[in-house]
Design a protein around this ligand. Structure first.
Ligand code: RUB
Length: 318
């Protein structure tokens, strides 16, 4: 199967994920599921085998865009495992149905976990955020809908400043926002009641993989006695970690950290830009999901229940 048989929209979505026009684990998952539905609609296949091969090729193209957010392979898995039918029309319908169902479930899961996270917040609380997480924001938004007054201290989150998006969305729901640079976080933790972060992946041992800087924030929060929660729907659970695999941490371009001119004016330096880090479970108080909240160390039980003993790769060539 060559790239020519991919619908142009699949290529566009893959490119948008790679360049971060589509970003954030839940948004990436929805984009990937919708791209598979588009591939199903546009696939120029006469035989079921040909149709299935084109779906697998589309999933592989989407899978290779970014390595860390497990919501992406989990979305592809959800849709491809539900692809069934004797002819191309039936196969096409099954993919479209599964994709729509997946996106609906994403929205519902986010609403449900938002309620759980909101119950942890009290009227008058101040929260600190890192990066931009729609799951974390759902908790604050639900608390506001419950009539609680919440304020936020928002870390800007270098190098891509996703904190600006968080600040804007919190202002949209009427939450007073103070924006700080990342290095000011410990100074402001004394003014904070809860830290709320999202997750790109959660490992079987309860380790939380999220935007770089999360682990330092968690260690500081623990030292200051501030509770820290991860808001993460269960598509963030990484089934491959059940069988001993580790989560790949994406490394991005050095130019996100420093422009070429400034760099050459400094002299001969190395620059590193890891996009994510791992927060060990002992620094996280709770993982808030659509199935309730869990101590990080017990998340493996939920993972086994939802994913069995491991993960298939239905996009691989048979
Ligand atoms: C985004 C990030 C977010 C998680 C969770 O990283 O780390 O905290 O993806 O987001 P990037 P959500 O900007 O590099 O994609 O809760 O929206 O799934």
């Amino acid at each position: 199967m060559t790239d020519r048989q991919l619908a142009p929209e699949v290529e566009e979505t893959a490119e948008a994920i790679a360049t971060m026009d589509i970003r954030g684990a839940a948004t990436i998952a929805a984009g990937a599921a919708e791209a598979l539905a588009t591939q199903a609609r546009e696939a120029d296949a006469n035989e079921p085998a040909e149709f299935r091969a084109s779906m697998r090729a589309a999933a592989r193209r989407l899978r290779e865009t970014r390595p860390t957010a497990v919501s992406l392979p989990n979305a592809l898995r959800y849709v491809l495992q539900r692809m069934e039918g004797r002819d191309v029309d039936a196969l096409r319908r099954s993919v479209e149905t599964a994709s729509a169902e997946f996106v609906r479930q994403l929205d519902r899961a986010q609403d449900d976990l938002g309620q759980v996270g909101a119950n942890r917040l009290a009227d008058g609380d101040t929260v600190m955020t890192h990066c931009h997480s729609t799951d974390a924001l759902a908790c604050v938004e639900a608390a506001v809908e419950q009539g609680k007054e919440i304020e936020a201290i928002v870390k800007e989150t270098r190098p891509r400043n996703q904190g600006h998006i968080t600040a804007e969305q919190l202002r949209d729901v009427g939450v007073p926002v103070t924006l700080i640079v990342d290095s000011a976080a410990r100074r402001f933790l004394d003014d904070v009641d809860h830290v709320i972060v999202g997750a790109d992946s959660i490992a079987a041992d309860g380790g939380v993989i999220n935007k770089i800087g999360t682990s330092g924030l968690a260690v500081n929060a623990r030292e200051r006695g501030v509770p820290i929660m991860t808001a993460a729907q269960t598509i963030k659970l990484h089934p491959e970690t059940l069988t001993g695999h580790t989560v790949e941490i994406e490394t991005r371009s050095e130019t996100e950290v420093i422009d070429a001119e400034t760099r050459s004016s400094i002299g001969d330096i190395a620059v590193e830009n890891p996009a994510f880090d791992v927060t060990p479970p002992r620094y996280m108080d709770a993982i808030v999901t659509e199935h309730g909240q869990f101590p990080p160390e017990s998340i493996v039980i939920l993972m086994r229940e939802l994913f069995g003993e491991g993960a298939e790769e239905p996009w691989a060539e048979p």
